[in-house]
Design a protein around this ligand. Structure first.
Ligand SMILES: Nc1ncnc2c1ncn2[C@@H]1O[C@H](COP(=O)(O)OP(=O)(O)OP(=O)(O)O)[C@@H](O)[C@H]1O
Ligand SMILES: [Mg+2]
Length: 328
């Protein structure tokens, strides 16, 4: 299946379903046992008791004033939005782990969590219940970005966290003046203080994403190695072109990142070929493999470079960081 088939699929109508054609599905699960005796009930309850999970110790929240001194002169700041309106393609995983890898390689990095789900924040061990102000307050309450930044969440990495409050921003921004420029104004003030500012975008093309498109110098688009990989990419590229022509003339694609690559499947290889055919040299040569460790790390509040430093996931994000530094 070629890219243009994917485009056609983007525009296809949702098929109408005739209820009469749907055959009843036979129940496959075993019926639950009939329990009469209260004692027996207790035994069953004990059997299914949830496993205890040790809570992730929350990292102490420092303020920007307590940030460790920067060891090098920061040159030109590159603002990169990690973007794809398709959900679950590895945006937050990439924001966390690319950010941490760059930080460990001596760069100063700010991760801006622009997703109300706050996955990048919790994945780095930020206890959202302790946060009083988040990126929402920067966008809507004129709070300076510095006041919400938690410095040194990992080596060389600071984060501007998101909480669920940010969910309101999508609606509240609509009636605001200069609503598309809010993030640009905020992160623009940080140029010269970081080598990289990474923006973790939400899975939509709403006003938050438009803010990221206006604020960013370049886009990093993660594409998951699975069927329908390119679904929605045309819409994203259209949004990019619209913002480029009206609000951010220098906006361009920085790189395409293949994620959740499984070398054992022909599907993964087909997707890699198809994406490379279409995007050519824009595709990073490092694909990120699908590994259990990468999916486990966020629940320990650690980037993969700390959780499993020698594993394939960690090594691939370090390789990606090298490519990013080389691209400049
Ligand atoms: N390379 C990988 N190997 C295994 N699991 C992965 C990998 N990358 C991401 N995941 C897992 O896949 C899920 C989706 O990843 P992630 O949250 O990074 O995607 P996302 O694009 O940010 O999602 P959303 O659109 O909801 O913000 C998560 O559970 C994550 O742990
Ligand atoms: Mg995410």
């Amino acid at each position: 299946m070629g890219f243009f088939d994917s485009l056609k699929r983007d525009n296809k109508q949702t098929p109408t379903v005739n209820n009469e054609e749907i055959a009843p599905v036979e129940q496959e699960t075993a019926p639950s046992p009939q329990i009469q005796d209260p004692e027996e009930i207790e035994v069953h309850v004990r059997e299914i008791e949830a496993p205890t999970i040790d809570p992730v110790p929350s990292k102490p929240l420092k303020t920007f004033k307590e940030k460790a001194p920067v060891q090098h002169v920061v040159g030109h700041t590159k603002i990169i939005a990690i973007i794809n309106q398709k959900g679950g393609v590895g945006k937050s995983t990439t924001a966390i782990n690319l950010g941490a890898a760059l930080g460990e390689m001596g760069k100063q990095v700010l991760l801006v969590d622009l997703d109300p789900q706050g996955n990048a924040s919790s994945g780095l061990g930020v206890d959202k219940s302790l946060i009083q102000q988040c990126i929402y307050d920067v966008l809507l309450n004129d709070v300076p970005l510095e006041e919400v930044i938690i410095p040194d969440i990992s080596e060389g990495l600071d984060i501007a966290p998101a909480t669920i409050n940010l969910a309101g921003a999508e609606v509240e921004l609509v009636s605001e003046m200069a609503r598309e420029n809010r993030l640009k104004d905020a992160v623009g003030g940080m140029r010269g203080r970081y080598d990289f500012i990474l923006i973790d975008c939400p899975p939509s093309l709403g006003l938050l994403t438009v803010n990221a498109l206006v604020a960013a110098d370049k886009l990093l688009i993660p594409i998951q190695c699975e069927f329908y990989a390119l679904e929605g990419v045309t819409k994203l590229l259209e949004s990019m072109k619209r913002v480029k022509s009206r609000l951010n003339p220098t906006l361009d694609i920085y790189g395409i990142l293949l994620t959740m690559y499984d070398s054992r499947t022909t599907l993964s290889k087909q997707v890699v070929d198809e994406v490379r055919d279409y995007f050519g040299r824009l595709v990073f040569s490092t694909p990120i493999p699908r590994t259990v460790k990468l999916s486990e790390a966020p629940s320990f509040g650690q980037p993969i470079t700390q959780y499993d430093p020698k594993g394939r996931g960690s090594l691939s994000y370090i390789e990606l960081a090298k490519e990013v530094i080389a691209r400049g």
